[in-house]
Design a protein around this ligand. Structure first.
Ligand code: ARG
Length: 458
């Protein structure tokens, strides 16, 4: 017998039961569902809708059900469709008529909404903790590499020399924003939908603020129609997750490139690499590739929910049941990605000499030479032209800017003086970047200091 069978003269087709059910995946929410029901029962008592004894019986039975589920003793049934009705049925089986009172002044529509919010609030905290660990690792790596010189790229072409610490601290900024985005999203979802009923509110004199307090929500959803129709919080979470994955994926892409024999800037630890079934010599960065690959899956989940919600009339529609598989999939993939990425970069070997050697060619100091001329009074565009000609000369004569003689410099401009020979050294190019936020060690040390202070605040 279905919990809603009264109006029907025939039972549903077996195929419909199987098709309609969400218990396959929403059983994951059993704890949240029971927590929500306990708070609801307490409120029903407080509002004189059920008696003290009834409340006690309901709460004790719900606690027993929780234990039984955790001990693997409960077999959920497809006929009861979802976690909400399965638990309600278990409750009724346990305590009979009194159990039938739990669904007073609520609907599955507000029930499912509160369950998902409870689940997501906890998972966002878990994800934030993983991000925090990653931020800490980025600081650790940076602190050890303030003087690790490497090429900075644009278009994947050598552009200007920077340090590895500077490069890594750029990712710190990205993941810091990701962290703050999640906190922001958490803050906006921290309102209680329970008590909204099916869509219109209820005729009972309920105390929603009491439930909000019991369940640790900072407020209640102000409009009940919105409370049961809204899945913005899932969309926001998925957007934030997609951005995290995008950052991880860009980082992974760089690590894959750096790990190649052609670059040879880093070497992944054996424990975070894999071999080939045919080529005995291979050591592949599969972990980084798989994180890059999973990015597509998370983006897909975001598009999935955006498309589900597009054009849904208010309030609840069954389409919305499809929100959960994609939400769970996102959480279950994002967490291991963050965890393994953190371990992968903590264990990788950084080949400082190879990084530095790569700055020796590619004329990465050309901009610094142009800046030198500007400081001698030459307009930047003219200086650019002069240095362009110098680069061409170097290419034709197989030379680098830093091993030209003063005599050769002077052939391009009389403004060059002896100090140019020092200025073009790669280390000096880095240290000369005095603008705030630049790659010079002074700035990077400051970035690390700010980063550590930020970590103390979260
Ligand atoms: N299993 C449903 C879901 O996950 C619960 C809400 C059902 N509400 C309804 N009116 N059919 O969305």
């Amino acid at each position: 017998m279905k919990l809603w069978s009264g109006r029907f003269s025939k039972s549903t087709a077996k195929l419909v039961d199987e098709f309609n059910a969400s218990i396959y995946f929403d059983k994951k929410l059993y704890k949240q569902d029971i927590t929500g029901s306990i708070a609801h029962a307490k409120m029903l008592e407080k509002s004189n809708i059920i008696t003290k004894e009834e409340n006690l019986k309901i709460i004790n039975a719900l606690k027993e059900i929780l234990k039984e589920i955790e001990q693997g003793k409960v077999k959920f049934k497809i006929e009861y469709e979802d976690i909400h009705m399965n638990i309600e049925k278990l409750l009724i089986d346990k305590i009979g008529e009194i159990g039938k009172k739990i669904h007073t002044a609520r609907s599955r529509n507000d029930q499912v909404a509160v369950d998902i919010r409870l689940y997501l609030k906890e998972e966002i905290n878990n994800i934030c903790n993983l991000l925090k660990k990653l931020l800490k690792t980025l600081i650790d790596i940076s602190e050890k590499n303030i003087d690790t010189i490497m090429p900075g790229y644009t278009h994947l072409q050598r552009a200007q020399p920077i340090t590895l610490a500077y490069h890594i601290m750029a990712y710190f900024q990205m993941f810091k924003r990701d962290y703050l985005r999640l906190i922001d999203c958490l803050d906006r979802m921290d309102y209680l939908p329970l008590g909204a009923g099916a869509l219109a509110g209820t005729s009972y004199n309920t105390d929603r603020k009491f439930i909000a307090n019991e369940l640790n929500f900072k407020g209640i959803c102000e409009n009940s129609l919105d409370a049961v129709s809204d899945r913005d919080f899932i969309i926001e979470f998925l957007s934030a997750s997609s951005i995290i994955m995008m950052h991880l994926s860009r980082f992974c892409e760089e690590l894959i490139i750096w790990n190649s024999s052609e670059f040879n800037f880093i070497e992944m630890d054996d424990s975070y690499s894999t071999g080939s079934s045919i080529m005995p010599q291979k050591k592949n960065p599969d972990v980084a590739e798989l994180i890059r690959g999973k990015t597509g899956r998370i983006y897909g989940n975001l598009f999935n929910i955006l498309t589900i919600m597009k054009s849904l009339p208010l309030a609840y529609n069954k389409d919305m049941q499809e929100d959960k598989p994609l939400l769970f999939d996102t959480v279950e993939n994002l967490k291991p990605c963050l965890k393994i990425f953190n371990e992968m970069i903590s264990t990788m070997k950084i080949k400082k000499n190879n990084m530095k050697n790569a700055t020796k060619s590619g004329f990465m100091n050309a901009t610094d030479v142009a800046d030198y001329l500007v400081k001698k009074g030459i307009p930047f565009r003219n200086a650019h032209e002069i240095v362009g000609k110098m680069v061409l000369y170097c290419i034709q004569n197989n030379k680098n800017i830093d091993n030209l003689s003063l005599y050769e410099f002077k052939n391009f401009s009389s403004h060059f003086e002896n100090d140019i020979l020092e200025k073009v050294k790669i280390e000096n190019c880095i240290e000369s970047k005095i603008s705030l936020g630049s790659t010079s060690s002074k700035n990077v040390i400051n970035m690390i200091k700010n980063a550590k202070n930020f970590l103390k605040t979260i």
